[in-house]
Design a binder for this molecule. Structure first.
Ligand SMILES: Cc1ncc(C[n+]2csc(CCOP(=O)(O)OP(=O)(O)O)c2C)c(N)n1
Length: 660
């Protein structure tokens, strides 16, 4: 007799219970409660092929409530993903195990993304659904026609990011998005009624979503709700009323099953109650076989899709292959070089936010996968070019998204776009509001995603908007994030170079910090080489033995140049090092670094932000010009003078250092 639905679901439950017990840590409650919903989805609806986890047109399944990761590992093992074996499940939460506590994203393994920080997965899913729609518009619905399914918990829906992302999803009418809400009414502190009295139906309907409620342990109700969602013209939330820790006589329905092992004695009782006679990690052949059959459905689906793909013309096939493998177009380097020549000839002095717009305007037409946007500051951070076309509700022909005033949502959505593949997302706001992007930005870095953050108004140089808008510690705190490149270009040439480097960085996100105020053109010599890609380089010097090395970034490079000229007048030799990206400079060979920042000279760093972090370049007898307090409101030149960020201050400090 073939296994019944209940056996399939109990296989998930017991793998989860036993793995958490063995690891002596983890979250059994969610997998026990949502096993029925997940089984309906995987058995009847989800299009996936465990033999090719990277199939472009697979449905995406995102476990936003990443703490329930054993649910996902169980499903991946049971359906036959080769990277998740029973041994890996037995190694749950051990060092270097693929079955980590919160797995984020794992290429080639079926782990699309799950999140440690609650709410992120929902925003990622919105990004994936947007990407699916954009690609569908570009390549046709015969090639791109998948769904994005999400499992989200109470905690996910409480987090602010869920409001931002789901509100935008409603506005854009992302009909291919289907969210299962694990409505078990329990979180860590106990009943959710301690903190929430939202009316979810009204909440989601007001966003423009379709809302359904089902018994999350009833196969038929779950299935019918999915069927209905598949025909919907709106994003879908299926509220699944479930019992956390389902099957546990003493812990079900209670917070005690959320995040700790059930305990040996309780597990014996669960086995009895659910009539599961098998030992830990033992899945009887007939149940495993049935799950493996479910996994095999996708092989045929992918074969059918390949037939359609192979009938498309060569150009379309090559383009899809290129963008989903994160490769730049063939003529990209040539294009960048001719643009660089043009910029060098023009020698325009302008705000670097304007330089960034100029660069974008010149590259965007040949990079259809570049999809930009801004959290309501398009005209200020210059992310929207004359070649940008707006993505509108139900109309995804375009390359620009108005995210609204939703910085956190924007960053989480961009992560989802990068995870989906086929798009390079960039998004803008002011550098000060990078704080509002930070949890998602950190995950871009952790997951190694090519996401480009365009942060303008990058210092006190923004002037009159005052200290609430003037970033101080932001560059330093962004530089503290591993695997993130923080660029701060000094002129249009460097802006182009920083964009080029960011676009070619496939395994890390980038921040490009841009000035509001006009800055002069500082590049003196034309070279084919991308100087900014080395992080820092010698820009100018008065002789071969400088007594002073001035190291600066962005708008302060000009202060360094002015200082060099003034020092020359009083017979002090110096050099200027432009440092657009500390992370890349720090990775250069020792010899290069010592050639650029010469040991024998005294060093002065200049940056209109916190001096934190600059000490690594200046030695104990060096000096850092920057800020140790919040900024001030006023015309920007007056603010610079107020904080002694001037060439006169630099000269005074240099003279003192040299006892002159
Ligand atoms: C941003 C964030 N804050 C806090 C946590 C810690 N945390 C993990 S699960 C959880 C809440 C659990 O409740 P729920 O989301 O309903 O999950 P369930 O109990 O149903 O498994 C919390 C607060 C987190 N993972 N992310």
């Amino acid at each position: 007799m073939s296994p019944v639905f209940k056996d399939l679901t109990n296989a998930i439950r017991f793998l989860s219970i036993d793995a958490v017990q063995k690891a002596n840590s983890g979250h059994p409650g969610l997998p026990m409660g949502m096993a029925d919903v997940a089984t309906v989805l995987f058995k009847y609806y989800l299009r996936f092929n465990p033999k090719n986890p990277n199939w472009i047109n697979r449905d995406r399944f995102i476990l936003s409530a990443g703490h329930g990761s054993m649910l996902l590992y169980s499903l991946l093992y049971l359906t036959g993903y080769k990277n998740i074996s029973i041994k890996d499940i037995q190694n749950f939460r051990q060092l270097n195990s693929i079955c980590a506590g919160h797995p984020e994203y794992e290429k080639n393994s079926g782990i699309e993304t799950t999140t440690g920080p609650l709410g992120q997965g929902l925003a990622n899913a919105v990004g994936m659904a947007i990407t699916e729609e954009i690609m569908k518009k570009r390549f046709g619905s015969s090639l791109i026609n998948h769904k994005t399914y999400v499992l989200a918990s109470d905690g996910d829906l409480m987090e602010g990011i869920s409001h931002e992302a789901m509100s935008l999803a409603g506005h854009l009418k992302l009909k291919n998005l289907i969210v299962f809400f694990d409505n078990n009414k329990i979180s860590i502190d106990g009943s959710t009624s301690l903190a929430v009295s939202d009316n979810y139906k009204k909440r989601f309907e007001s966003y423009g979503w379709s809302f359904q409620e089902v018994n999350g342990h009833n196969e038929k109700q779950i299935s019918n709700a999915i069927k209905k969602s598949l025909k919907s013209k709106k994003p879908n939330l299926i509220s699944c009323k479930t019992i956390i820790g389902y099957g546990s006589p003493n812990k079900s329905g209670k917070a005690s099953s959320h995040g700790s092992p059930l305990g040996e004695e309780e597990i014996i009782l669960v086995r009895k109650k659910l009539k599961w006679k098998h030992k830990p990690f033992e899945i009887p052949n007939e149940i495993l076989d049935e799950w493996r059959e479910i996994g095999k459905k996708g092989i045929l689906e992918e074969k059918k899709w390949n037939l359609v793909f192979n009938k498309k013309n060569r150009k379309i096939r090559d383009e899809i292959t290129r963008i989903t493998n994160n490769k730049m177009p063939k003529d990209f380097d040539k294009q960048i070089l001719s643009l660089k020549k043009k910029i060098f000839d023009l020698k325009t002095s302008e705000a670097s936010r304007k330089s960034s717009a100029f660069v974008l305007e010149n590259i965007i037409e040949n990079l259809p996968e570049l999809v930009g946007g801004s959290a309501d500051l398009s005209g200020s951070n210059n992310t929207k070019t004359k070649y940008s076309t707006i993505i509108k509700p139900s109309n995804f022909k375009g390359n620009y998204i108005h995210y609204g005033v939703r910085e956190h949502g924007m960053a989480g959505i961009m992560n989802g776009m990068a995870l989906h593949g086929g798009i390079i997302p960039y998004g803008g706001t002011f550098l000060i509001f990078s704080d509002y992007c930070k949890p998602s930005l950190r995950l871009s870095a952790l997951m190694g995603l090519k996401v480009i953050y365009v942060f303008s108004h990058d210092s006190i140089g923004l002037g009159e908007d005052g200290p609430t808008h003037q970033p101080i510690e932001h560059l330093a705190s962004l530089r503290a994030i591993p695997n993130l490149n923080v660029f701060r270009p000094a002129d249009t040439i460097e802006t182009l170079e920083c964009w080029e480097t960011a676009l070619k960085s496939s395994t890390n996100p980038s921040v490009i910090a841009l000035s509001r105020q006009k800055i002069p053109f500082v590049t003196e010599i034309f070279t084919d080489k991308n100087m900014s890609a080395q992080g820092g380089y010698e820009l100018k010097k008065t002789n071969t033995n400088p007594e002073i090395t001035l190291i600066a970034s962005g708008s302060e490079v000009q202060i360094a140049i002015d200082s060099l000229n003034k020092l020359k007048e009083i017979d002090i030799n110096s050099k200027v090092v432009s440092m657009p990206c500390q992370e890349l400079f720090d990775r250069q060979p020792k010899e290069y670094k010592e050639k650029v920042i010469e040991k024998s000279s005294k060093k002065i760093s200049i940056e209109a932000g916190s001096i934190f972090g600059w000490e690594k370049y200046i030695d104990s007898d060096g000096a850092s010009l920057g800020l140790k307090s919040f900024g001030k409101s006023g015309p920007y030149k007056a603010i610079y003078e107020n904080f002694n960020l001037t060439s006169d201050s630099v000269v005074m400090i240099a003279k003192k250092m040299l006892n002159k």
